[in-house]
Design a protein around this ligand. Structure first.
Ligand SMILES: Cc1ncc(COP(=O)(O)O)c(C=O)c1O
Length: 367
């Protein structure tokens, strides 16, 4: 029986990978269409607190110019980036650890504190993406509900400290509430707890506030680690970049859990990030829009008698208790992606702040 080249290719390929697709089909399917991330032009993403203006244009230009460097390993730029971040935070390079998004740093810190087992204290609701890792690594946990003002309850967290407590997580501003604790409140808290407990302050949204980062306090407080991200203000959620600020000893210890620190970050992302920090025009545009849109959002919710929590971030937390319609169905039908539900049997939800046009569309749908 004769077999032509195409059939042979097909048979050989399917045999080797055990698929029922032709090689061409397979290749087509293995090259995903990344534009699908945007779903379609009509879908409005108000679900992940992303930057509604995309990536900083200065960063994007540099990234496009440097795409061809993707074939090369980097032995230098993570260091250059740390240098720049240290300068920006008035710290030294050995206070900084960069990674492909701050989520990885939350994970790394969790693994570090879990080395000898123990106990963690986390607020709820909050961005506790690392909690399952801690539990998997044998840590016990105390989950502390927000207080009646929907603030992270530092007092209750302190009362939950016990022998073996290794980590206390504070998200500031908190996701999903947007509530901000003052520097003083957190510093007093740090001073009041034993210094063998790592205090992890997640500042993913700090740039949306007028409050200074706690980063400078890592010099006095060796047990403090602050995490920051490029995903929000600079629009790098898909490019992936975050960093931790800590005492040199803490950073050194965290690096011991990495085989090649910084190698998880793409060279293209690093090139873009260095420019993003200098894109003042974009930063101003994003922050101005965020404030205007937040004022509009709060006043629209107020008109509808909907209770909101004052937000210091790029999203608003609100109660669906007095909402008359079928909120999630309305969003779905209008192709608007909103947040999930939280607390009090799912009474609360969060909406990310988009552009003014997107928020007008959102309120036209839910009014
Ligand atoms: C509070 C908080 N921390 C960290 C992250 C993760 O950010 P990254 O994109 O840097 O991993 C998010 C993402 O939404 C967040 O809300």
């Amino acid at each position: 029986m004769s077999i032509n080249r195409r059939d042979w290719l097909k048979t050989a390929f399917l045999g080797s990978v055990g698929l029922t697709l032709s090689p061409l089909d397979f290749l087509a399917k293995s090259t995903p269409n990344f534009s699908e991330l945007k779903n379609d032009e009509k879908t409005i993403r108000l679900c992940f607190n992303e930057n509604p203006f995309g990536v900083s244009p200065k960063a994007l230009e540099v990234m496009q110019k440097n795409l061809s460097l993707s074939s090369m390993y980097d032995f230098k730029f993570a260091d250059v980036l740390c240098e720049k971040l240290a300068e920006k935070n008035q710290l030294k390079k050995d206070n900084i650890l960069v990674s492909a998004g701050s989520s990885f740093l939350l994970e790394l810190i969790t693994k570090y504190v879990s080395l000898d087992k123990g106990h963690i204290i986390i607020p709820d609701p909050s961005f506790t993406i690392f909690e399952p890792i801690a539990v998997f690594l044998g840590m016990s946990k105390s989950v502390i509900p927000l207080n009646d003002k929907k603030k992270i309850d530092l007092e209750k967290m302190k009362q939950s400290i016990r022998k073996g407590t290794k980590l206390i997580y504070i998200c500031n501003p908190n996701n999903p509430t947007g509530d901000l604790l003052s520097r003083q409140e957190i510093e007093n808290f740090i001073k009041s707890v034993p210094d063998n407990i790592t205090i992890l302050v997640d500042e993913a949204y700090i740039e949306f506030t007028n409050q200074q980062s706690l980063g400078d306090l890592v010099i006095q407080h060796k047990n403090l680690v602050v995490t920051r991200t490029f995903s929000k203000l600079y629009g790098f959620a898909g490019a992936r970049l975050g960093y931790a600020i800590g005492h040199p000893k803490m950073i050194e210890n965290l690096k011991k859990l990495q085989s090649w620190s910084g190698a998880e970050i793409s060279v293209v992302t690093m090139a873009g990030a260095i420019s993003a920090m200098d894109d003042k025009e974009f930063i101003t545009k994003v922050l101005d829009n965020n404030q205007k849109v937040k004022d509009f959002t709060n006043s629209e919710f107020q008109k509808q008698g909907i209770r909101t929590i004052p937000s210091s971030a790029n999203f608003v937390y609100f109660s669906l208790e007095n909402y008359k319609g079928d909120y999630f169905k309305q969003l779905r039908q209008a192709k608007i992606l909103g947040g999930k539900t939280y607390e009090e049997k799912g009474k609360w939800t969060r909406i990310s702040l988009g552009t003014m046009e997107e928020m007008e569309r959102y309120f036209s749908v839910i009014s």
